[in-house]
Write a protein that binds this ligand. Structure first.
Ligand code: ARG
Length: 565
């Protein structure tokens, strides 16, 4: 914003021998309380150079600096801080003009231009239901991707399907023992899950089953026809069922290359590791020791010669660097896998890949049920497709009750129901565990997507009634309390995006939107927006800015926004 620029320049003129304008800009902060002004400059770092206390430096600066009253209305020294109070009217005009000219591009940045980021996200395991953990990876990953794109990056969304590994040997074994083709065709995911659960139950009594499962995986890796055909069938059914979930969530991917695409490269990886003398034998298996990094060894090959998760991930990581030449390679995966990604990076480094540092695990907490981890194996899961359906149904009932004449009810219900599920997932710091609760998810008020969607629809309905926004804007003195609280928030949207991108954390956007929504709703409750007169255009411009930012913010989170609700 120009105001910040102006203040920076003024400070720089006073401090030019001691601090650069860039440094000054970085030091400026937004005070926690309104009464401390709109921007504050802390003087701690100047104490040494001036041989004075920060408080007396602040006092002197506040007298020497004389900004134009059209930009800053007054300056005050409070302790070690110089507090600047903006000229509200001109700042507001500046912010509103920026939103109006940029429209949905408002809040964006260019620092990512020309750089590619790959994102490993969603990555569910085939032949299993789409789990809540994978939902978290999908929606958090998709939102992070959108936010990075808004900062100029090119983002490649990679769905690294879990479509290879010992578990498919077990599943093939289970299908051969107990599977009924018609049943699986009729209800593939549920039936395959049943077979998988049964296999684990029976294996407790009969350990020879584990051996049988392993031998089927050996066959699969060796390209055995029967094993391959069954595997292909399971994979196809799974992709089909995941596809309908991705459609509902409105997420798409640049690639579906999964683990199975990389098991063939295991030989190459083994050769490279051998050449660098990194492989060691341990109980018949091959490992890379990571003692010097304080980590347990990375398992590269099992004693039966089959490949492992880590081996395939090594091959996939190298492929990604070669294919996308990324500036960063993100893995949006639950925090229980953090050792795996540390090992992955460490092994790549030992192999001599300097770009290994570009690999960043973006972890998230677990989705719990009754305080406990969900387990597919024990059959203790909440099925995502059911959760989505329930949420959409609830949205439908809500609309029937409150606005039965609404146009395109089905479509709106879908946007609202799905939005509720997504928001429930992205609104908390991603590292926190989330207790799965229909009640929390389907509560269409307070800190939810439907609340924000409704706030947007309210703003749009006002704008429709008013037939357009005109300039110039003027602002009524008594309304400043409510107006200013919105303007401040709208002004920080670009910074919120930047922070969300820097921390790969969409919850920063979600929390911000809730605050903006609250500010607008109290504005709406206290100010007559549509009242004719000299202040109408200012109020409409403000309303439009709120609508634009809420729409854009929700879209970044992957949530669709109906025009009416
Ligand atoms: N399919 C794995 C799982 O569900 C997640 C894969 C994450 N990505 C990766 N490159 N390892 O646990």
């Amino acid at each position: 914003m120009n105001v910040t620029h102006e203040i920076t320049t003024l400070l720089a003129n006073e401090l030019n021998e001691h601090l650069s304008p860039e440094k000054i800009k970085a030091l400026l902060e937004v005070p926690k309380h309104n009464k401390m002004g709109d921007l504050a400059f802390p003087c701690f770092e100047l104490a040494k150079a001036f041989k004075k206390s920060p408080a007396s430096i602040a006092g002197e600066l506040s007298i020497h600096i004389q900004p134009s009253p059209s930009v800053v209305s007054h300056i005050e020294a409070v302790g070690p801080y110089v507090n600047f109070f903006f000229n509200k009217a001109s700042f507001t005009k500046e912010v509103l003009a920026a939103v109006q000219t940029k429209g949905n591009l408002y809040g964006g940045h260019t620092f990512g231009n020309g750089k590619t980021i790959t994102m490993d996200l969603s990555s569910p395991n085939i032949a299993k239901p789409f789990s809540m953990g994978h939902l978290r990876s999908t929606v958090i990953g998709n939102a992070v991707g959108n936010i990075l794109e808004k900062c100029g990056y090119t983002v490649a969304r990679l769905n690294y399907l879990g479509d290879w590994g010992t578990q498919f040997g077990k599943l093939i074994a289970a299908y051969k023992l107990w599977g009924v083709e018609e049943k699986v065709r009729a209800n593939p995911i549920q039936e395959l899950l049943k077979l998988y659960v049964k296999f684990h139950d029976e294996a407790k009594e009969d350990p020879s089953l584990e051996e049988l499962g392993r031998s089927w995986f050996v066959k699969l890796e060796q390209g055995d026809q029967e094993a391959t055909e069954l595997w292909e069938w399971f994979r196809e059914e799974s992709l089909h069922s995941f596809g309908s979930i991705y459609d509902l969530l409105n997420v798409s991917f640049d690639s579906y290359k999964g683990e199975s695409s990389f098991h063939m490269q295991s030989e190459e990886i083994l050769t490279m590791l051998k050449e660098k003398s990194l492989l060691e034998e341990s109980d018949g298996a091959l490992v890379v020791r990571l003692d010097d990094e304080g980590m347990p060894p990375a398992l590269i090959q099992k004693s039966d010669g089959t490949t492992l998760y880590t081996t395939r991930d090594l091959a996939a990581a190298i492929y990604r660097k070669e294919t996308y030449n990324h500036a960063a390679s993100l893995y949006v995966v639950g925090n229980e896998q953090s050792l795996h990604f540390k090992q992955l990076r460490a092994v790549l480094k030992k192999m001599g890949y300097t770009w290994a540092d570009e690999i960043t695990h973006v972890p998230f907490g677990m989705m719990l049920k009754d305080g406990k981890k969900m387990s597919t194996r024990k059959g203790k899961v909440v099925f995502l497709d059911e959760a989505l359906e329930k949420s959409i149904q609830f949205a439908k009932e809500n609309i029937e009750e409150k606005n039965p004449d609404l146009n395109q009810k089905e479509e709106v219900a879908q946007k609202v129901g799905v939005g509720a599920v997504i928001f429930h997932d992205v609104k908390n710091d991603r590292l926190n565990d989330v207790e799965f609760s229909y009640e929390e998810m389907l509560k269409f008020e307070g800190g939810t997507a439907p609340y924000l969607q409704y706030t947007y629809a309210r703003a749009k309905s006002i704008l429709r009634k008013a037939e357009g926004v005109t300039t110039p804007y003027a602002f009524k003195e008594e309304d400043w309390e409510y107006t200013w609280s919105i303007v401040q928030k709208v002004a920080t949207f670009p910074e919120v995006i930047k922070q969300a991108a820097a921390h790969y954390d969409p919850s920063k956007v979600a929390k911000y939107l809730l605050k903006l929504g609250q500010a607008f709703n109290s504005y709406y409750a206290n100010v007559r927006i549509l009242e004719e007169g000299p202040y109408l255009s200012g109020r409409l411009a403000l309303t439009e800015a709120v609508a634009i930012v809420i729409w854009e913010g929700l879209s970044l989170l992957g949530i669709e926004v109906p025009e009416e609700m």
